[in-house]
Design a protein around this ligand. Structure first.
Ligand SMILES: [Zn+2]
Length: 340
């Protein structure tokens, strides 16, 4: 009897665990949001109960007063629940959400939007935003394991931002059947190293060899440097030159990425210079951290920081028939897939 009760409890807990909801701060990079337009198939749960009739509602805040479709309202919280919640901002940025959306007005009138969503829908969105949805299934599955590992590491945060500060989440955008399949087939699978989920790193194109975590001062054994001849079909696989004089490479790591450089007679780390170059001249000039100087030009190959999984390499390996587990094992040789 006790055993039966325990089994039922266990089953209930595992079902509940499978459908855990998380809270995401949506439109988190938009500053001083004061007006939103909402439309779709959902119900208002607060401050009143009403079905939305696919008409456009406007929620805005002005002089510390909340307005709902032009009428002043006392409540500073709107709760929308349903399958299809379209939100448009004044700059015409538009996204569609499911689950529950909270619109909260802060005392200074700024609107904060949050989306309570089940983990699986969240992971599907993240995978579809971080990797092209038409890529091979096994590459998408590798990305799905990484997305779930990252989420596991963020479990203690009460609210996740929807930006790349955490993982890029854009509601139902990029929710394709192929991505759904990739997530379904890897559900609850995460990458572990010595009883702990790994800290996730991936980038677009390594350009020939990934760097160890030391490059980013992330000294983990599972972030080792691996040769990669699989990202050749990336648009960043060819050398790119840009006219930037006065750079001197002082030291490189074994993958060829500059560890220290001298720019305009100032010594800095190779990664620091790369970030500075991206911020000052745009991210397209030196797309990746694998760069070198020749005369007055800086040459580079690849895109992104070059640590962890090379996404174009994952695509190349999947195109060759490798499974997601083999892809992950290639870029994180020390880590193991664990099913939670
Ligand atoms: Zn690569």
């Amino acid at each position: 009897m006790v055993l039966k009760f325990l089994l039922i409890l266990l089953l209930f807990c595992s079902l509940k665990a499978d459908s855990r909801d998380i809270l995401v701060h949506i439109f988190s990079t938009q500053e001083k949001l004061k007006t939103v337009f909402i439309q779709g198939s959902f119900s208002f749960e607060a401050p009143f109960k009403r079905r939305a009739n696919n008409i456009i509602y406007k929620v805005n805040c002005k002089n510390k007063q909340i307005f709902f479709s032009g009428l002043p309202f006392k409540s500073s919280l709107f709760v929308l629940k349903g399958g299809y919640i379209k939100i448009r901002l004044i700059n015409n940025l538009e996204r569609i959400y499911t689950g529950t959306v909270f619109i909260k007005a802060k005392p200074d009138c700024e609107l904060v939007l949050q989306n309570s969503i089940d983990e699986k829908t969240y992971i599907i969105s993240v995978v579809g935003n971080e990797m092209p949805t038409n890529w091979p299934l096994e590459a998408l599955k590798a990305q799905s394991v990484l997305a779930q590992t990252r989420l596991l590491n963020s479990a203690k945060q009460p609210v996740l931002p929807d930006s790349t500060n955490e993982q890029s989440y854009k509601g139902l955008l990029a929710n394709s059947s192929k991505v759904q399949k990739a997530v379904q087939e890897t559900w609850r699978q995460v990458l572990y190293y010595k009883n702990k989920p790994i800290k996730v790193f991936y980038h677009s194109t390594c350009g020939g060899q990934t760097s160890s975590g030391n490059y980013l001062k992330e000294n983990y054994a599972y972030l080792s440097s691996v040769k990669c001849s699989y990202c050749g079909s990336s648009p960043f696989a060819k050398n790119k030159a840009v006219y930037i004089p006065a750079l001197q490479i002082v030291q490189t790591d074994k993958a060829g990425r500059p560890i220290s450089v001298k720019f305009q007679n100032k010594l800095m780390s190779g990664y620091e210079f790369w970030l500075k170059a991206g911020q000052e001249w745009g991210w397209g000039k030196i797309p990746g951290t694998y760069y070198w100087a020749n005369g007055n030009f800086i040459y580079s190959r690849g895109a992104g920081h070059g640590v962890g999984l090379c996404q174009w390499g994952a695509k190349g390996l999947a195109d060759k028939g490798q499974k997601y587990s083999q892809i992950l094992n290639y870029y994180f040789p020390e880590a193991k897939i664990k099913t939670l």
